[in-house]
Design a protein around this ligand. Structure first.
Ligand code: GAP
Length: 481
């Protein structure tokens, strides 16, 4: 079984939406040079987006905690996904299935036998490496060498390592109580196919969407929140008549690529890459990844697979339940085929931050700014009294209370106005309202634009509605050439 999200770099012919680079040295080395991952990690820590988990105990390998702005950003990612999947369509319904499922689910899905990565141990340094990725790893004792090439390296043969986390259900720890933390949300959807078909009054083509945590005991996690052992997925299984599968696959490739660009990710930093036959998962007849140009190079944001009838047929066989659709109009009975767009919340959030990160010099000072799409920004508008006197804080609070009813807002009183603007720029707040001396006389405020730095004088009345309207307008990144 080719491991999911294998991250390999084979590149196949252009599917015709955005350019896919030819295979070889150039494509291998292409990276987003505008920002380093270290700068992203530092900004996320400095501004309270993301912290290493269990930090006071020295951290736990590749687990992260999301702070206030990280939570708000991730919520925006998820809300936009729900909006695109369910809010704006009539043919997809929502589901929230359990993380712990019957162990037979993972037998039927193929995960118990085949959700593995090949692993090699070094008897000298006691470290483990992905045997199929040794060329990208380095020897912990001699970092200029690859594992196996150092003078003292002593690698074992490769052996398969299952990526599922095992646990026990109930008080007795024996083989009968073994269960697994789900490695993907998708199976929770397949095992509910019959329930949803019955209660949602839908017929193919229709989809079931779910967002939730998944767990994989990754051997080589890394690149910040790009690959972790606990992460959140946004998956949708779209059930279609078998002869419509290819056409729906194409439509979902386009839909999903557009989702990122409509939310402001620059098109030239996105591409579709079709999987080669050797990297297709056991269930898939065709998969393409949406890739983003991260600082470490082109990497998968989401996979869009044609899973055929594999999952429903397997669960029908293992459970004894009929998982098929009977069309009363035509008398036809069939097992629907499945098109699956499977995305990661954490990866999407990381891509939005990387794509938005910018620095510039303004009046001799360096400014760091997240040029996020306003709908992605954790806070849409900051309300700031110019100084903490002359009734300005009280007036600013009044304005804040009115504005926050329409758009997510923050009241920011402490420190110089320049420092407060810099803080809001770094968390990506698109608009700043400043209450100053003139406000006290004529009920106007200045409205500052994060990207152009333009400040305009506007009436308080109607401002909240104006900002709520702006959130619905099409938006393009000012970083786009
Ligand atoms: N149901 C199909 C499936 O799970 P996948 O390509 O393995 O396919 C889908 O995962 C998406 O989940 C990936 O494109 C990625 O965004 C996210 N993902 C997978 N493994 C991850 C990990 N270890 N850390 C963070 N995100 C991950």
């Amino acid at each position: 079984m080719a491991g999911p999200d294998s991250g390999s770099r084979t590149v196949l012919p252009d599917p015709g939406i955005y350019t896919v680079h030819a295979m070889g040295e150039t494509a291998e080395q292409e990276r987003n040079e505008e920002v380093t991952m270290d700068e992203i990690v530092a900004l996320c820590k400095r501004r309270g987006f993301i912290f290493p988990s269990s930090e006071i105990y020295g951290g736990l390998g590749s687990t992260y905690d999301y702070g206030h702005y990280g939570v708000l950003l991730r919520n925006n990612v998820k809300n936009e996904w729900w909006r695109a999947m369910v809010g704006e369509r009539d043919d997809i319904v929502a589901l929230d299935s359990a993380i712990l499922q019957h162990p037979r689910v993972w037998e039927a899905s193929g995960h118990l036998a085949g959700f593995t990565d090949p692993l090699a141990d070094c008897r000298t340094c006691k470290q483990r490496f992905r045997a199929d990725d040794l060329e990208n790893a380095s020897c912990p004792q001699k970092p200029s060498k690859r594992p196996g090439e150092g003078p003292d390296c002593d690698l074992t043969d490769a052996r398969d390592f299952n990526l599922m986390f095992e646990t026990n259900v109930g008080p007795v720890k024996d083989t009968a109580s073994v269960a697994y933390l789900r490695p993907e949300t998708a199976q929770g959807i397949f095992i509910n196919f019959k329930n949803v078909l019955q209660f949602s009054r839908r017929k193919p083509p229709f989809g079931i969407a779910q967002i939730g945590k998944s767990f994989r005991n990754e051997i080589t996690p890394g690149n910040f929140v790009f690959r972790t052992r606990e992460f959140e997925q946004m998956e949708m299984e779209f059930f279609v008549p078998p002869d419509e599968a290819e056409e729906w696959h194409k439509r979902w490739l386009e839909e999903r690529l557009n989702w990122y660009t409509e939310l402001g990710v620059r098109p030239d930093h996105l591409r579709l890459r079709e999987h080669g036959a050797d990297e297709l998962s056991h269930y898939s007849s065709a998969t393409s990844d949406v890739e983003y140009l991260f600082p470490m190079g082109w990497s998968e944001l989401e996979g869009i697979a044609n899973r055929g009838d594999f999952d429903l047929s397997q669960h029908a066989e293992f459970s004894g339940e009929k998982l098929e659709y009977f069309d009363q109009a035509t008398g036809e009975r069939y097992v629907p085929h499945v098109i699956e767009p499977a995305a990661g919340v954490d990866r999407a959030a990381l891509a939005f931050i990387v794509d938005a990160y910018d620095t510039e010099e303004v009046e001799g000072r360096q400014r760091t700014v997240l040029r996020l799409h306003p709908r992605m920004a954790p806070v849409k508008v900051a309300v700031l009294p110019l100084v903490s006197k002359a009734g300005m804080p009280e007036k600013a609070r009044e304005v804040y209370d009115a504005v926050r009813r329409r758009v997510p807002a923050e009241f920011d009183e402490g420190g110089s106005i320049g420092r407060r603007y810099r803080r809001q720029d770094e968390i990506g707040t698109p608009w700043g309202i400043t209450v100053d001396g003139q406000t006290m006389e004529d009920d106007t405020v200045t409205l500052r634009d994060r990207d152009s730095l333009e400040q305009t004088r506007v009436q308080i009345e109607g401002l909240a509605e104006e900002l709520a309207d702006r959130l619905e307008q099409p938006w393009r990144s000012p970083k786009e050439g």
